[in-house]
Design a protein around this ligand. Structure first.
Ligand SMILES: *[C@@H]1O[C@H](CO)[C@@H](O)[C@H](O)[C@H]1NC(C)=O
Ligand SMILES: *[C@@H]1O[C@H](CO)[C@@H](O)[C@H](O)[C@H]1NC(C)=O
Ligand SMILES: *[C@@H]1O[C@H](CO)[C@@H](O)[C@H](O)[C@H]1NC(C)=O
Ligand SMILES: *[C@@H]1O[C@H](CO)[C@@H](O)[C@H](O)[C@H]1NC(C)=O
Ligand SMILES: *[C@@H]1O[C@H](CO)[C@@H](O)[C@H](O)[C@H]1NC(C)=O
Length: 355
């Protein structure tokens, strides 16, 4: 430092500095050893007379005016570099010659620039550090744009497809759990995803409601995995009303509500014939005098004014079958003594007389 200050004051006294640095326009900088990366600088000088023969007092970069042998050369050609192209800007590679190092597209120097100039120094070395061109960012092709995939998404899912604009990806949960949300996503022009990222969650179905008078053909569990089937059977004399099977869906719902097991109905008539399934029958001729759930039973009623009959149909619903209001159960005597005069046995009313 003292030396630099000395030089500075010497120049200040001299008033002018001889500018012999070839190829550079400005004044030669003072030798500032504190900033000099080179280990050694040639002997400082003010004029050629300060140097021995064969040496000249030339500007040697940050070494300032130094005694150098101008014929000395720097290494050339340089070994090829993977990520950059080196080009000599001067006709020779001797002292003060300039060299350009340009990084390949997509690569930059630690400075952030993609090009640097090196100068052949008095110590026969090219100035500056060995250029190190490194990849600018992720290896995205020029102009290609992608949608962001945050770390936590990459940690949660295995992702198939590309995150580039205009393409789509598919998610699958690494944990093997089920995907809740859209399992496919599309990278839009403005580099946003069309849907929110899904989540991984174990999906299961809760036990469905119990079916009275029915059996569940499945192991009873507190929760059922997706795809699990439950089959239903009804007890004897009960009719299945609804699906025979329900499946646990991927959204945690059952494919259908569970069925009902519907009871048979006792025919609410004894001494009249009724029509069941198109057949006119005495109730006691029907097994257990009962009809299954959903069966239609047609009763006969007497015309209020005429001596003829009309019919009224009722449907058995889960054990409930009511005789129509117009129906009158014959007495035991009527049934025993005048069976052919029972309402179910007389002639039907002429069409149009009914009501
Ligand atoms: C170049 O830079 C990279 C990253 O900064 C570093 O890992 C590598 O060691 C450097 N190579 C040289 C030759 O300095
Ligand atoms: C991106 O584009 C989509 C569809 O064109 C649009 O719905 C969405 O609002 C846009 N988002 C932003 C942040 O611009
Ligand atoms: C579950 O999925 C089925 C079939 O896709 C649908 O009908 C049902 O409404 C869904 N349930 C819920 C709770 O989202
Ligand atoms: C009973 O009658 C209703 C209405 O007329 C009809 O839809 C249904 O199919 C009938 N049921 C049977 C078991 O015949
Ligand atoms: C009930 O009465 C109507 C009209 O008279 C007739 O068409 C129909 O066949 C009758 N049904 C039965 C089951 O007797």
């Amino acid at each position: 430092m003292d030396f630099a200050l000395l030089l500075l004051s010497l120049w200040a006294l001299a008033g002018t500095v001889s500018l012999q640095a070839s190829g550079t326009a400005g004044p030669c900088p003072e030798r500032l050893l504190g900033e000099e990366r080179r280990r050694t600088c040639p002997r400082p000088c003010k004029t050629d007379k300060d140097c021995g023969n064969k040496r000249q007092c030339l500007c040697d970069g940050q070494c300032g005016l130094s005694c150098v042998a101008p014929g000395r050369t720097c290494p050339w050609p340089l070994p090829p570099s993977e990520n950059s192209v080196t080009r000599l800007l001067s006709p020779t590679h001797s002292f003060s010659a300039l060299l350009e190092v340009r990084c390949n597209p997509g690569f930059t120097l630690p400075s952030g620039l993609d090009v640097t100039i090196r100068r052949c120094q008095g110590d026969r070395q090219w100035s500056g550090d060995e250029p190190n061109c490194t990849e600018t960012q992720k290896p995205t092709p020029q102009g290609a744009q992608t949608c962001p995939l945050p770390e936590e998404v990459l940690d949660t899912f295995s992702i198939q497809g590309s995150a580039a604009v205009g393409t789509s990806i598919r998610y699958s949960c690494l944990s093997g759990a089920d995907i809740v949300g859209s399992s496919e996503n599309f990278c839009q022009d403005n580099q946003t995803w069309q849907y929110p990222h899904p989540i991984c969650q174990k999906v299961y179905c809760l036990p469905p409601r119990e079916v009275e008078q029915g059996y569940v053909v499945a192991v009873q569990k507190t929760e059922y995995e997706v795809g699990f089937d439950i089959h239903y059977l009804c007890k004897k004399n009960y009719l299945l009303d609804g699906p025979q099977k329900v499946t646990c869906l991927s959204n945690g719902s059952w494919s259908a509500p569970p069925p009902y097991c519907r009871a048979r109905c006792l025919i609410p008539a004894e001494r009249s014939r009724v029509v069941i399934g198109g057949e006119k029958r005495w109730p006691f001729d029907v097994i257990d005098a009962m009809v299954p759930h959903g069966e239609n039973v047609t009763f006969y009623c007497k015309h209020p004014h005429k001596h003829c009959r009309f019919n009224a149909t009722q449907t058995c619903f889960d054990g409930a079958l009511y005789a129509p209001a117009c129906y009158l159960e014959p007495t035991w005597l009527q049934y025993k003594l005048f069976p052919h005069r029972l309402i179910s046995e007389i002639d039907p009313c002429e069409p149009g007389y009914v009501e």
